[in-house]
Ligand binder design. Structure first.
Ligand SMILES: [Zn+2]
Length: 83
């Protein structure tokens, strides 16, 4: 969270609602990121960015840039990092 941004609200109640607004925006951003199609600088629109396998068109339609295998590995790694 950016303290300098919150600091511009001198009044304490304004400050509190500013914090709340930022928090909501971040939560919303999270939900949006999950729902939106993924992008990757190396993605060619057909092949997994990790292993180069063809991605089934059903997955491409969902905006995925990785095959099922790489996606599973990635999600597993993310869980480990969070733990
Ligand atoms: Zn892959």
């Amino acid at each position: 969270m950016d303290e300098t941004y919150i600091g511009v609200f001198a009044d304490e109640s304004d400050r509190a609602s500013a914090v709340e607004a930022i928090f909501n925006a971040e939560a919303l951003g999270d939900a949006r990121r999950k729902a939106q199609p993924e992008t990757h600088p190396d993605f060619d629109g057909r092949h997994c960015v990790e292993c180069g396998e063809r991605i089934p068109k059903e997955r491409l339609a969902l905006g995925r840039v990785r095959c099922v295998e790489c996606q599973t590995t990635l999600e597993h790694q993310r869980k480990l990092m969070r733990a």
